[in-house]
Design a protein around this ligand. Structure first.
Ligand code: NDP
Ligand code: CA
Length: 330
């Protein structure tokens, strides 16, 4: 899966413009923790060998490098040193922030805690500062984290912020409520960090678009975010305009999210959901292109992870253009 010209023409999207000084390519991906994937997740249809780090590590690196993103946001990273070394030799630098009580640590033969990571292209971007957060729920720290980074385009001096997170997993109304609270804390954290700067906020939110957190994020007055994949679909439906009414905007956006970002089979059955997102500030950034996901028959009947796809989540790749003048409201 590579965001290249033939893939682009297949979906009639604008040409690839990754090289321009105003363009930012972001790759968002839950890469599947090695320890959890191999010993905890129960991917009953995945061959054991496909789950070994020996097999997965180069597929992960390959998927990142072949897309040449300027910024890489990862979740479930429990081999940060490996990624830092390999990506470090390919013009990337990175930041890692582990979960405070990572479930990996309760499994024998773990490789340390899992957490979130941000990598950026060193020759194009300068890291100005970053901050980390253990997300709070009703003012109590949870086991989920976020990283925010302020980056500067070396060619123009323009700045933007990137934030990534991995929210609480599992189903149920109470957990949906908990994720919504984590989302509210994330918004507070990122607003304080980014101020009025252009913002990319992405991650594994573990929430389908119909969950409260999706509306919380899109209706947030202080950040004014849009969802990149949904807005790209809107762009392609040329006759449609972005809604002004926030409730309408949310329901329209829900409809345009991809059909899935994760597709796996555990003992209790098949799970095919959209739970990973790239949110952005449409007044300052224009979405130009999104990498589509492989179709069911390409993925195979055993779904993911598998020999071809090293994680149970697909990578989201988005091209943005940093706008010169922020779009005026409405
Ligand atoms: P989360 O609920 O956020 O989930 C942790 C990981 O489990 C995620 O990476 C998630 O992946 C994955 N996951 C989601 N659904 C399943 C599933 N059905 N089967 C297997 N794995 C799944 O965890 P927290 O960080 O809040 O930690 C809680 C967990 O950690 C507990 O469930 C416990 O197992 C373990 N723990 C154990 C302790 C102990 O033994 N004393 C102490 C602390 C934690 P994804 O996001 O991709 O869905
Ligand atoms: Ca997982």
């Amino acid at each position: 899966r590579c965001l290249k010209l033939n893939a682009v023409s297949r979906v009639c999207s604008p040409p690839l413009e990754n090289e321009g000084t105003q363009n930012i390519r972001l790759l968002q991906w839950n890469i599947l923790s090695q320890t959890l994937g191999q010993h905890n997740d129960g991917f009953v249809r995945c061959p054991e060998e496909a789950l070994t780090w020996q097999h997965r590590k180069y597929l992960i690196v390959q998927e990142i490098l072949q897309n040449q993103p300027d910024v890489v946001c990862l979740q479930e990273v429990d081999h940060f040193k490996f990624l830092e070394t390999v990506l470090g030799s390919q013009n990337y630098a990175g930041i890692f922030f582990p979960k405070p009580d990572s479930p990996c640590l309760y499994i024998e033969q773990n490789n340390g805690p899992d957490g979130c990571a941000i990598f950026y292209k060193r020759d194009k971007l300068q890291l100005l500062c970053y901050d980390t957060r253990i997300l709070e729920v009703w003012r109590v720290q949870s086991n989920q984290v976020a990283i925010a980074a302020r980056l500067q385009l070396k060619a123009t001096g323009k700045e933007f912020c990137v934030c990534t997170t991995h929210l609480k997993a599992r189903h149920g109304a109470l957990l949906a409520k908990l994720r919504n609270e984590q989302g509210r804390d994330l918004i507070r954290f990122v607003k304080q960090f980014a101020g009025e700067s252009p913002l990319l906020m992405c991650g594994d939110f573990n929430a389908e678009p119909i969950e409260p957190i999706y509306a919380t994020i899109l209706s947030c007055d202080i950040l004014k975010l849009g969802s990149a994949y949904a807005d790209m679909k809107l762009e392609r439906e040329r006759e449609k305009e972005r809604c002004e009414d926030v409730n309408e905007l949310i329901s329209e956006s829900i409809k345009r999210e991809p059909p899935y970002t994760t597709w796996k089979i555990r003992e209790d059955g098949e799970e095919c959901h959209t739970i990973d997102y790239v949110f952005y500030t449409p007044q300052q950034l224009k979405i130009k292109n999104c990498l589509e996901f492989p179709a069911g028959d390409q993925i195979g009947k055993n779904r993911t992870p598998c020999f071809q796809y090293p994680s149970d989540h697909f990578s989201l790749v988005c091209d943005f253009e940093l706008l010169d003048e922020p779009k005026s409201e409405a």
